[in-house]
Design a protein around this ligand. Structure first.
Ligand code: NAD
Length: 256
C-alpha cells in the first residue's frame, strides 16, 4: 500500500481496459488520479467507481488526444486542479484489424495520430511541469509488436515501434531533470481494443488457440498484469530505471 503516496497521476484512455486497471491500482496505492478519454459518461462512471473504492481524489477530463489544442487545455485543467503531474501514463491507443493492402490513408492517420502523436502532445504539454519540479515518471504504452516484427498488423506495429524509440530518446533527453521515461510492451490481452479479432473470426476457438500458442506461459494476460508493471515504473522503487521497454508478455518475446 501507499507506493504512490502524495503523487499526482494522469492516465490517458483511463476509462477502460489497461487504463482503468492502472487508474484503480494507482489510486489504491495512494495517488490522486486524473483520467482522460473521449466518452464523458464512461469517464464519470470510472471515477465514481474509483472514488467509491479508495475514497481518494479522482477526476475525469474529456479530451481527444489527437488534437493538440484539446490536450493543451486538458493539461492546464489537470494542473490547475492538482497543482502538477508527477506521473503521466500515455495509454490511449487505437488498432484496426485489417489487411495492410486494404488500409486507407484515414485509417493509417487514425492509428498514428492516436498512438504516436497523442503521446507526443501529452508529453510536450506535461513535461514543463516535471522539469520545473525536477522529477517525473512518464510511462508510454508500446506493445510486443513495438519490439519485434510480425506479419500481421504492420501499421499498428510501426506506431508502437515509434513509441519504443520515442521512449528511449526522451529518456536520454530528460534524464538531467530526473524525469524517467519508460514504456511497457504488453502481449495480447482481451479488451475492447481487440475483442472483435477473436469474436468475429470464422472459428473463434481456433483463433484463440492460435494466439495462445505464441505465449509460453500458456495464458493471455490481464489488465492487472500491465497495471502492476506500470505501478513499478511509476514508483520510487524504479528510480534508477529509465529508457526501458518492459515486456509483459508471458514469454512471447523471450525466444525472438
Ligand atoms: P481499450 O480500447 O480498452 O483502451 C484504449 C483507450 O484509449 C480507450 O479508453 C479509448 O477510449 C482511449 N482512446 C482511444 N482513442 C483516443 C483518443 N483519440 N483520445 C482519447 N482517448 C482515446 O484497449 P486496451 O487494450 O486497454 O489498450 C490500452 C493501450 O494498450 C493501447 O495503447 C493499446 O494499443 C495498448 N496495448 C494493448 C494490447 C492488448 O492486447 N489489449 C497489447 C499491447 C498494447
Amino acid at each position: 500500500m501507499n507506493r504512490l503516496k502524495n503523487k499526482i497521476a494522469f492516465i490517458t484512455g483511463g476509462t477502460t481496459g489497461f487504463g482503468y486497471a492502472i487508474a484503480e491500482l494507482f489510486s489504491q496505492e495512494g495517488a490522486e488520479i486524473a483520467i482522460t478519454a473521449r466518452n464523458e459518461e464512461r469517464g464519470v462512471q470510472a471515477i465514481e467507481e474509483i472514488r467509491r473504492q479508495t475514497k481518494r481524489e479522482a477526476r475525469f477530463f474529456q479530451c481527444d488526444v489527437t488534437k493538440e489544442n484539446e490536450v493543451k487545455r486538458l493539461i492546464s485543467s489537470v494542473t490547475n486542479a492538482f497543482g502538477t503531474v508527477d506521473i503521466l501514463v500515455n495509454n490511449a491507443g487505437y488498432m484496426i484489424w485489417k489487411d495492410f493492402e486494404e488500409t486507407t490513408e484515414e485509417e493509417w492517420d487514425q492509428i498514428m495520430d492516436t498512438n504516436l502523436k497523442g503521446s507526443f502532445y501529452c508529453i510536450k504539454h506535461t513535461v514543463p511541469f516535471m522539469i520545473k519540479q525536477r522529477k517525473g515518471a512518464i510511462i508510454n504504452m508500446s506493445s510486443v509488436v513495438g519490439l519485434v516484427g510480425k506479419g500481421y498488423n504492420p501499421i499498428y506495429s510501426a506506431s508502437k515501434g515509434g513509441i519504443t524509440l520515442l521512449t528511449r530518446s526522451l529518456a536520454l533527453r530528460y534524464a538531467k531533470f530526473n524525469i524517467r521515461v519508460n514504456c511497457i510492451c504488453p502481449g495480447t490481452i482481451i479488451t475492447d481494443l481487440n475483442r472483435d479479432r477473436i469474436e468475429k473470426a470464422p472459428d473463434p476457438d481456433k483463433a484463440l488457440e492460435n494466439i495462445l500458442s505464441e505465449y509460453p506461459l500458456g495464458r493471455l494476460g490481464t489488465p492487472m498484469d500491465v497495471a502492476y508493471a506500470a505501478l513499478y515504473l511509476a514508483s520510487d522503487e524504479a528510480q534508477w530505471v529509465t529508457g526501458i521497454g518492459l515486456p509483459v508478455d508471458g514469454g512471447f518475446t523471450a525466444g525472438k
